[in-house]
Design a protein around this ligand. Structure first.
Ligand code: ADP
Length: 262
């Protein structure tokens, strides 16, 4: 298309000299950069679980390990395969969000109930940390996409555990303030340097220090959380002190309609 239009223009203007065609490439360059980051993150993050799965499968196939070891290896293969599924889902989510194609299924539900169910389910796999829950009996009814809010809660809980390797518990608090529900997830781990706060919720961003590098990740989880929460008219924020832990807070409007009960 460009070639033909330039040719036409050339013939029209040929008697007067040159025609320069400028095209704004900023958007294209931004997309190229996103793609490059995606490819390098995908290849890096897929490699570790895949080689672990292949390695343990080889052991199972050729080494005839004891029943105890067999059980452990199968558990590792299972966990790594689950990690791959989460990675893939994060990549798909980010791509959908980039293209404005993310759809939300809003309905009324109790945030209290969702939080308790999610934590109960999550605690079964979180062996290293105990989750302390602080809440009262208020159901805190919101009008939102239940699966997506659950995804945000799981992301925050996973990060709290992942980034606090030398502590053994996290605190989750659910409160009401005026017409808002306020959910906080507090850990006592690595913490986050202040100069990282404003980049923390952008895609692919990871704090650049050796502790964080040792722990795998894509830098997509918090970007997905922000997108989901803001699409619900809510807000997500962080407070943290390096080496003392972090608190992530999400605020969501309560459902203003009083005519339903769960
Ligand atoms: P990922 O964990 O896959 O790297 P996230 O988007 O969830 O991606 O988080 C982005 C970055 O924010 C992490 O790489 C880490 O540096 C920092 N971070 C997130 N949650 C915590 C936390 N609870 N404690 C310390 N650092 C955190």
């Amino acid at each position: 298309f460009y070639a033909t239009s330039i040719k036409k223009e050339k013939s029209r203007f040929s008697r007067h000299g040159f025609l320069f065609v400028f095209r704004d490439r900023t958007e294209e360059q931004k997309m190229d950069q996103v793609k490059d980051e995606l490819v390098s993150t995908v290849s890096h993050e897929l490699r570790t679980p895949l080689s672990s799965i292949l390695g343990f499968m080889e052991l199972l196939r050729y080494r005839q390990p004891t029943p105890e070891k067999t059980k452990r290896y199968i558990q590792i293969v299972h966990d790594e395969a689950k990690r791959l599924t989460t990675l893939l889902n994060d990549f798909l989510d980010i791509q959908r969000m980039e293209g404005g194609k993310q759809e939300y299924a809003f309905k009324p539900f109790s945030l209290r109930q969702l939080l308790l169910e999610t934590i109960e389910h999550f605690s079964e796999t979180a062996e290293t940390h105990t989750i302390h829950v602080h809440l009262n009996d208020d159901p805190l009814l919101i009008f939102a996409d239940e699966d997506k809010v659950k995804q945000v809660i799981i992301n925050l809980l996973s990060n709290a555990i992942k980034y606090s390797p030398s502590s053994d518990h996290i605190d989750v608090r659910l409160e009401q303030s005026a017409d808002q529900a306020i959910l906080t997830v507090r850990d006592y781990g690595l913490g986050i340097p202040q100069n990282a706060f404003d980049k923390l919720f952008t895609k692919f961003y990871r704090v650049d220090n050796s502790d964080v590098r040792k722990i795998g990740g894509t830098g997509l989880g918090l970007a997905i959380c922000k997108e989901i929460i803001e699409s619900h008219g809510g807000a997500i924020s962080v407070e943290s002190e390096l080496n003392h832990g972090s608190t992530f807070t999400i605020v969501l409007e309560l459902d203003p309609r009083k005519d339903f009960e769960k």
